[in-house]
Design a protein around this ligand. Sequence first.
Ligand SMILES: C[S@@+](CC[C@H](N)C(=O)[O-])C[C@H]1O[C@@H](n2cnc3c(N)ncnc32)[C@H](O)[C@@H]1O
Length: 283
Amino acid sequence: MLEELYYFTRERLTAAHRPRVAHANPLIFDRAFCEQYIAASRLSDFRIIQAFVLQRALAGIPAHGEALDVACGPALLLGELARRRPGVRFTGVEISRAMLLLAKEHLGRERIDNVELIEGDMTDLPKVLGERKFDAVTWTFGLNYCPTPEAALATLDAMAALLKPAGSCFVVDLARFKRDETWRWLAEKHDRAHGESFLKETTDSYLAAFSLAEFTQLLQRSRLSGMLSEWSYLFPMLLLAHQQQAVRASPPAPEHPLLPWRERMKYAALQAIFRWTAVRSPL
Ligand SMILES: C[S@@+](CC[C@H](N)C(=O)[O-])C[C@H]1O[C@@H](n2cnc3c(N)ncnc32)[C@H](O)[C@@H]1O
């Protein structure tokens, strides 16, 4: 905890951001990487972040209707959303076949049957989804994969066009750190243990993530105006944005995440840190 405080305080005291470096194009996600990704997602600190994201995402999803999860990966989060909203038909869009296969296996194993998976490019959602409309759209840890800010803006605009009039939208991603020392420390601490390709991928994501200012600007310029963006200086690696209406309509969902008791303390701490230190900008 002291280490976190040291690195995150130094981040806070640093003014300038390093420039963004986009992911390699095309992305190569093989089965081995996807399995490392799932193994990492099951570990303590990732689970706590996932539980936090799950609660925030659920707050915008109604009890009935249609929901879209963009860049759903192995459907770990999507599966949990679908399990908690059995009256909603979910669609997951994902570009990697290896991820889609694992998602299919995961949903089958968990007997979750209210999810349809579609292979497609998130930066071309109109082509993938045509005229379909959704009550809620979620986009978790996919934004940093956009090759350019223009592609990110086009994706946000496409998400806005896919929403029903009272629909809600939730976006979360890593925030780019200002100091190389910070992401190197995190990568060593959390990511190296999961294998070389996982380490390389997460390092690439730390560098390809948008900063809070860039994220806020994208939201302001997009057709999803009216979103609330949030960021915490005590936990500076997460950027969140909700369509305002969703936040107004429902506070974080009461469902308790499935965490072992030891992790609940950390989870409660993360919730509290966010609540007390979040920088909020209504756009
Ligand atoms: C870090 S994972 C996040 C997965 C999931 N949303 C979650 O929160 O666990 C990022 C995912 O984005 C997918 N992705 C990257 N570029 C994409 C694109 N252009 N279209 C669709 N999916 C994409 C990757 O294949 C990967 O599964």
